[in-house]
Design a protein. Structure first.
Length: 319
């Protein structure tokens, strides 16, 4: 932490605040345990919705507070601690190693260089044009939101759909879908909180990978965010393969997000394969993994949105 300049440290704090604030919009409960904040969701076991993190401005956390926060999560969820590495000194991370937690490192990337943050120039590869059969679209009704949730294997109960739709309606989220020859092939979501935005949950169905779907979705996500006044766009990729895709699209390393978990549980607390409210049945007019879309009409309109009966292509999705 001592090696960070003041501007970079402020940028990292703003990113951590953005993460907490935008996730909280999905119905998370916030509780305080000492100097730790504990976020949890009553029905959704998604890891990003159930975690603890140090309170804003804290550079050191007593071990008792960390254990208490993890114990609180362990009542219903896998205990999970999430933080940005650069905001804490090495001695703090050494302390966490003594707790017997497993740790995963995720790159924290920004679209382009943020001034005074000691980043290197982005490595942008010249991509082939996106085939005309591929289009990216913005979810424009609850049915399209349900399609996005099923694609990502997320709960599709009415409360979850209503919460996502409320976030769309108030302009804080954009759910993007991609189609390949009338078949839904991928999606992502953009969390909007000007001047900052986060790209999350980029996913492409297995049979459509290596076809430019992910790149097309990323370009659309950046366009959506910039049109809504966001000048800083960041992403936390799930793994190294995803990180490479983002870097090729112009994202640059800024720092690292560390996720610590307790993995040795007496019994499984979470059913990760069947989250609450998840149905294996797809909504009508929807298809995945190469199946045709029954009755879904694609036609050009003026609002660049996708709804139950109408899909219009978004501008600027060329690869």
């Amino acid at each position: 932490m001592a090696d960070l300049n003041r501007h970079k440290r402020q940028t990292l704090r703003h990113i951590q605040e953005h993460i907490n604030r935008t996730r909280h919009r999905h119905g998370l409960t916030l509780e305080q345990t000492g100097v730790m904040e504990v976020y949890s969701h009553a029905t959704d076991d998604f890891g990003a919705y159930n975690y603890t993190t140090p309170r804003r401005g804290v550079a050191w956390v007593p071990g008792t507070d960390i254990r208490a926060a993890l114990d609180q999560l362990s009542k219903h969820r896998v205990p999970r601690l999430e933080l940005i590495e650069g905001l804490f000194p090495p001695a703090f991370h050494h302390q966490l190693e003594t707790f017997g937690l497993t740790v995963r490192r995720h790159a924290l990337l920004t679209y382009g260089i943020i001034s005074d943050c000691d980043q290197q120039a982005p490595l942008i590869e010249l991509a082939a044009p996106t085939p005309p059969r591929i289009g990216t679209f913005e979810a424009a009704d609850r049915h399209a939101i349900a399609t996005w949730l099923r694609l990502h294997q997320r709960p599709t109960d009415s409360a979850t759909i209503d919460q996502c739709w409320a976030n769309v309606a108030n302009g804080t989220e954009v759910y993007c879908l991609a189609c390949d020859d009338y078949v839904i092939a991928g999606g992502l979501v953009v969390s909007i909180d000007p001047p900052m935005a986060e790209v999350r949950s980029l996913y492409t169905a297995d049979v459509y990978r290596q076809r430019g779907i992910g790149s097309a979705l990323l370009r659309s996500a950046v366009t959506y965010a910039q049109k809504r006044g966001c000048t800083s766009i960041f992403v936390i990729p799930d793994d190294a393969n995803c990180a490479r895709l983002y870097r090729r699209a112009g994202f640059v390393d800024l720092d690292v997000v560390l996720v610590y978990e307790r993995t040795l549980l007496a019994e499984p607390l979470i059913n990760r394969t069947a989250p609450p409210g998840l149905s294996a049945e797809l909504p009508k007019n929807t298809a995945l993994d190469g199946a045709p879309v029954n009755g879904l009409e694609l036609k050009q309109t003026g609002n660049n949105t996708v709804s139950e009966d109408t899909v219009s292509e978004t501008v600027g999705a060329s690869d």
